[in-house]
Ligand binder design. Structure first.
Ligand SMILES: [Zn+2]
Length: 275
């Protein structure tokens, strides 16, 4: 999965880090990230290459000791020779995985920083805290911490078949699992049961935690669960959310090319008898 980057190590604690000539510079153009691709491997501009073409910058994180900084581009993307801006979708299956993960994590932080330049309470300009990743309003003192939205995904089986869905209104034809955001005031397990019932009308039991994944493309933390069907197989589809929900045996599930997400890993493990 995209966050599995060993032997590389992510150090995502905020600190007052000095920028170096070999620091990676993350430049966004309306949500698209600037990178270069050589022999199928992506890389980001180094500070030495773009120092005259960036404005303000902020430390994001380090990968195996090398710093990544979010910077404000001073020019349009075509002025950064040898690089091009790509969308989040284009980033997710890139190699090396550690750089794709760095891009996804930078995108999450970029969107958060863009949303906290002004105080959410009184509207004054906010300032970065000296010691932690937090924006503080000098006027009213309001503190804004990084925003992560917890969401669940669940692999429901009846013992032989897996419940697979397709989202309504999306171009992508890939199968997914039932998923949804946790509401304020509910547990992750309650959310799992609620989402399955709302989207398919099915009841479930034996809800078990599987694992989690940071999914910065959408600002989420994905919490994966498995569950067993309890009662009838008959699906009553929520057509606002889904275009399809089907029960498939392992051999009926198409192979998926890219295993960057927790959803896809869980589907793959079911297909190969290991979920
Ligand atoms: Zn304020």
């Amino acid at each position: 999965m995209i966050h599995e980057i060993a032997p590389e190590i992510l150090d995502n604690q905020y600190r007052r880090e000095n920028i170096q000539d070999d620091s990676s510079i993350m430049l966004f153009f309306e949500g698209r990230l600037l990178l270069s691709t050589k022999n199928g491997q992506i890389s980001y501009p180094r500070y030495a290459q773009v120092k005259n073409k960036i404005g303000r910058y902020v430390y994001l994180f380090s990968l195996s000791g090398r710093g990544y900084f979010l910077a404000e581009p001073l020019f349009t993307e075509t002025e950064y020779e040898g690089f091009q801006a790509v969308t989040a979708i284009q980033l997710r299956d890139k190699q090396p995985v550690s750089e794709a993960f760095a891009g996804m994590t930078a995108l999450h932080l970029y969107r958060w920083y863009a949303s906290v330049q002004f105080c959410g309470c009184c509207g004054n300009r906010a300032k970065h805290d000296e010691n932690q990743r937090m924006m503080r309003c000098p006027s009213c003192g309001y503190m804004m911490f990084p925003k992560i939205s917890p969401a669940i995904i669940v692999a429901v089986t009846d013992g032989e078949r897996l419940l697979l869905t397709k989202y309504a209104g999306r171009k992508t034809a890939a199968y997914a699992l039932v998923a949804g955001f946790i509401e304020i005031g509910e547990t992750a397990e309650e959310c799992v049961a609620r989402e399955v019932f709302e989207e398919t009308g099915l009841h479930i039991k034996n809800i078990r935690y599987y694992g989690s994944q940071p999914w910065g493309f959408d600002g989420n933390l994905m919490l994966g669960y498995t569950a067993r069907l309890d009662g009838t197989h008959k699906i009553e589809l929520d057509q606002n959310e889904l275009s399809t929900a089907v029960w498939l045996k392992p051999e009926e599930i198409p192979e998926i090319a890219d295993y960057s997400s927790l959803t896809r890993e869980m589907i793959r493990r079911f297909k190969h008898g290991r979920l």
